[in-house]
Design a protein around this ligand. Structure first.
Ligand SMILES: Cc1cc2nc3c(=O)[nH]c(=O)nc-3n(C[C@H](O)[C@H](O)[C@H](O)COP(=O)(O)OP(=O)(O)OC[C@H]3O[C@@H](n4cnc5c(N)ncnc54)[C@H](O)[C@@H]3O)c2cc1C
Length: 320
């Protein structure tokens, strides 16, 4: 019986990061494919409330490791590596968030395990299960096989639906890790305060590209009307017009909202890599040949400075 250990991620506030629920689905599917059982791990300063929240998700056990600060690579790597060995996990995985991308390769290195990153799905079953992952900005989907006993996986959240509770009450087990003195220490966290939803968790994302010439007023106004998040292409971020954490794409955030509006974005493959999984894509671009129209469900060949206010006014009327 294989053991699939999925690591929950906590926000700086101590709450569960929602991307964890996508990873729980990935873990459930893997447990089914490999005839294994799902375990969860919660590491942090105070893991108990999140462990309690996760008890109804059908895991065989939830392992907590307390006494840690906010995420810092060294102590978390030590703690998770020890937990993986103690649980005798065959698979360890978490969402491919900034923390997941930082932590998992270190754990894989420390435990000499093979790793597949940004896993999107599985092929085969049992011990021979293989992993599908994107390459070249998603232009190619590779299938990879990991040949070590322990396999480390980060999951692309947009490819797995958020897990729903299944009932039951998993057993919570406290694990005491021996955490060595760290060369880095958590000091302070200054959160960027925004009334808008988190880009990777928003139901609606309105993104602007170079076509905005740095004027994001209309992009922001439409996002606010739809209670959405604001995104951007890399060209806009590189120009310093908006903060880095707005960037959607291969080297930015991967989003899959219900509605993605791309205004003044050409649709370079690296941008598409971050948003083409969105349910409905609306593109506004004054160039009818822009590649963004190839992935758009609704395309408007128009000047965004004219179209966005018109769209906002019509939507405001509809909303009453
Ligand atoms: C290794 C690598 C990683 C990368 N990672 C990313 C990434 O993560 N995310 C990302 O976005 N890019 C990424 N890029 C950059 C990517 O290749 C493109 O350069 C970038 O996405 C272009 O941004 P853009 O569409 O805003 O600008 P442009 O390509 O310049 O397009 C601007 C568009 O706006 C339209 N337009 C102009 N004025 C108006 C108007 N008034 N109304 C309507 N439309 C108008 C134009 O017709 C044009 O289509 C990466 C590149 C590399 C090499």
């Amino acid at each position: 019986m294989s053991i699939v250990l999925i690591v929950a991620e906590l926000q700086p506030s101590g709450q569960l990061r929602k991307a964890t629920l996508n990873a729980v689905t990935a873990g459930r599917q893997l447990a089914e494919k490999t005839g294994g059982e799902l375990h969860l791990a919660v590491l942090g300063a105070n893991p108990a409330p999140v462990a309690e929240e996760l008890r109804g998700f059908g895991a065989r056990a939830i392992h907590t490791v307390g006494g840690l600060s906010q995420y810092v690579a060294e102590p978390y790597t030590a703690a998770l590596s020890q937990l993986v060995q103690s649980v005798k996990a065959d698979y360890v995985g978490m969402a491919a968030t900034a923390v997941g991308r930082d932590l998992l390769p270190r754990v894989a290195g420390r435990l000499r395990a093979a790793m597949a990153s940004e896993v999107m799905g599985y092929e085969g079953s049992g011990a021979d299960v293989q992993f599908q992952r994107p390459m070249w900005a998603g232009a190619v989907i590779a299938t990879v096989k990991l040949t070590t006993a322990l396999k480390v996986l980060s999951f692309r959240g947009t490819e797995f639906p958020m897990a729903e509770p299944t009932g039951g009450a998993s057993e919570v087990k406290a694990f005491t890790a021996s955490i060595p003195a760290s060369k880095t220490a958590f000091v302070d966290f200054k959160e960027v305060k925004s009334a808008r939803p988190n880009l990777t968790e928003a139901r609606v994302v309105v993104s602007g590209g170079r076509g905005t010439k740095g004027d994001f007023k209309e992009v922001e106004a439409l996002a606010d009307l739809l209670n959405g998040a604001v995104g951007a292409s890399r060209a806009v971020v590189d120009a310093g017009w908006v903060p880095n954490d707005y960037q959607v794409g291969q080297t930015g955030k991967v989003v899959a909202p219900t509605l993605y509006v791309a205004a003044g974005i050409s649709g370079a493959i690296q941008h598409l890599a971050g948003m083409k999984g969105s349910k409905t894509i609306v593109a506004i671009n004054k160039d009818g040949d822009a590649p963004i129209f190839q992935v758009a469900d609704y395309g408007l060949v128009a000047d965004l400075f004219k179209a966005l206010p018109e769209l906002r006014e019509s939507l405001a009327k509809l909303k009453g």
